[in-house]
Design a binder for this molecule. Structure first.
Ligand code: BTN
Length: 253
């Protein structure tokens, strides 16, 4: 007897050969009233999206998946899901990794292997009344077989880093298995309950960094990630700032 993918209880898989973007399919399900736990996966995307309006190269062989969530939280709190999901994804990759792979999470939404980006997350949401979220789609792209060569940051794939051959669905099973557990902890205790594990895998803490924000760039030392999921940076002159959204650039990479 053949069994399908092993997903956590209540998760329902919607699998496609090719879509424009799995986030768009998950959004459609959300708007049609689908329950939390709907997971869209595709072998290929023809209009994969990254953050900041960038394209996400999506040839066959990598994982493209979007999970629908309906968390009972504010819009601001839902940003923490980026850290929660990237931690789960990093843990899933640690379980598959060769010993020297140095799998890390990069605030707020990437996973690195040996300092190069192997996975990225794109969260999209709709708001409800009183600053609450109606739904959140957690879109995840993991470079398994290939990575683009023309990126602004170093990118890599599991295959280039000595991971054993693994299918996108196998990575998805491990990722969602880890994520279901972290989501329970997050619901019960907020990001404070997830933060120690996130910090243990965090990349660049203590280093000099630059942060690209919506209207400015900030340079300083990456001190910590707060219990709300904000990045705490010490700017020159010891001014401390909490950053809730932005792109982290490592000064020395
Ligand atoms: C980033 O690092 O810029 C985020 C990349 C997110 C890519 C994933 S692939 C599955 C989902 N569908 C999309 O169109 N984007 C996300």
């Amino acid at each position: 007897m053949s069994t399908g993918p092993q997903l956590p209880h209540g998760y329902v898989l919607h699998a496609f050969d090719r879509v424009e973007s799995t986030n768009d399919e998950a959004r459609r399900l959300a708007e049609e009233g689908a329950a939390a736990g709907a997971v869209v996966v595709a072998a290929e995307q023809v209009k994969g999206r990254g953050r900041h309006g960038r394209a996400w190269a999506s040839p066959p062989g990598n994982l493209y998946a979007s999970l629908l969530l309906r968390p009972d939280c504010t819009i601001a709190e839902s940003a923490q899901l980026s850290l929660v999901a990237s931690l789960a994804l990093a843990e899933a990759l640690v379980a598959l990794a060769p010993p020297d792979a140095d799998v890390r999470v990069k605030w707020p939404n990437d996973v690195l292997v040996r300092g190069a980006k192997v996975a990225g997350l794109l969260l999209e949401s709709a708001s409800a009344a009183h600053e609450r979220v109606a739904w959140v789609v957690v879109g995840s792209g993991v470079n398994i077989a290939s990575a683009p060569a023309d990126t602004a940051y170093p990118a890599t794939a599991l295959r280039y880093e000595g991971f054993p051959p693994v299918t996108p669905i196998h990575v998805l099973e491990r990722y969602l298995g880890a994520l279901a557990g972290w989501l329970e902890r997050w619901r019960a205790g907020g990001f404070a309950a997830v933060r120690p594990a996130w910090l243990a895998l965090g990349s660049g803490i203590g280093d000099r960094v630059r942060l690209r924000l919506a209207r400015e760039e900030v340079a300083g030392r990456f001190l910590d990630v707060t219990e709300q999921g904000a990045l705490l940076v010490a700017q020159d002159g010891d001014r401390r700032r909490q950053i809730t959204a932005g792109e982290l650039l490592f000064s020395d990479r």
